[in-house]
Design a protein around this ligand. Structure first.
Ligand code: NAP
Length: 258
């Protein structure tokens, strides 16, 4: 039986790279994002290139009602989803106090509440079946205090949620992992109106490489994946130095980058 994966934010960047890697591995796909036209084009392209079955679910995951349709699809015992990829996420430009509160609440709804709700629906179906997996896309920003206000906090939450789940899931046949990339060339920064022109080339990762690491390490049973040697070193350092020192370094980097 072919396996089925549901990918949120499937039309661009890291999510699109997931859909191609999973289709190459023979997964049928359920694609979730807001733009239905773009979803349909992506689904047709994946079916044509890889010969897999595709479904589209157009939903704004910041909207609970719209998100419910995705939760119901994950919980459907007749059409099991074997892998959930919680990828859709957003960032914001500007300091915490300058950034519109409604936008910050929307970011929390997408980066945290949607991850909570979809993961809950997926695990409720997977655990009784005794198999399945959840991959959540967090960020290196979740390890570095103050890197980007509430965005860092949402990603820290996603990482810790997955680490907690991985301990609860021991012995169930279901595995949860989180991937924490650094900067990746996608539409993310443009959408958040972030000027990345001063970011050196060496700090950028490729979405396909990020996804290859995520899938390989998820299958190997790893819980937290950090793609790229440079970012691995940053995460190790952030865990070794006192939190106060990490905050000082982040403040210096931030001043230079602005
Ligand atoms: P991206 O290129 O901007 O893609 C975002 C995807 O999410 C699109 O398919 C978009 O489609 C969908 N989306 C956005 N808002 C949505 C909503 N409210 N409901 C449903 N779908 C929504 O971003 P990306 O860089 O690939 O980001 C993917 C994940 O990686 C995010 O969680 C991000 O935080 C994380 N990440 C990115 C970087 C980076 O440097 N790029 C670094 C670390 C972590 P629609 O607009 O059609 O909805």
């Amino acid at each position: 039986m072919p396996q089925t994966a549901l990918v949120t934010g499937a039309t661009s960047g890291i999510g699109a790279a997931f859909t191609h890697a999973l289709a190459r591995d023979g997964y049928d796909l359920v694609l979730v994002a807001r733009d239905e036209g773009r979803l349909r084009a992506a689904a047709a392209d994946l079916s044509e290139r890889h010969g897999v079955a595709t479904e589209v679910l157009a939903a704004d995951l910041t909207d609970r009602e719209a998100s419910r349709a995705v939760e119901e699809r994950l919980a459907d015992a007749e059409r099991p989803v074997d892998l959930l990829v919680n990828n859709a996420g957003m960032g914001l430009r500007g300091t915490f106090w300058e950034t519109d509160l409604a936008d910050q609440e929307r970011m929390l709804a997408l980066n945290c509440t949607a991850v909570l709700r979809l993961t809950h629906a997926a695990l409720g179906a997977m655990v009784p079946r005794g198999r399945g997996g959840v991959i959540t896309i967090s960020s290196v920003a979740g390890f570095t205090p103050g890197a980007r206000g509430a965005y860092s906090a949402t990603k820290a939450w996603a990482t810790v949620l997955t680490e907690s789940l991985s301990t609860e899931l021991v012995g169930t046949g279901v595995h949860a992992s989180v991937i924490a990339p650094g900067f990746v060339h996608t539409e993310f920064h443009q959408r958040a109106r972030l000027d990345m022109s001063r970011m050196p080339d060496r700090m950028w990762l490729d979405a396909d490489d990020v996804v290859a690491t995520a899938l390989r390490e998820h299958q190997a049973g790893k819980v937290v994946s950090v793609p790229g040697a440079r970012y691995k070193a940053i995460v190790v350092a952030s865990r070794l130095v006192p939190r106060s020192a990490a905050r000082r370094v982040t403040a210096i980097v931030r001043r230079r980058a602005m």
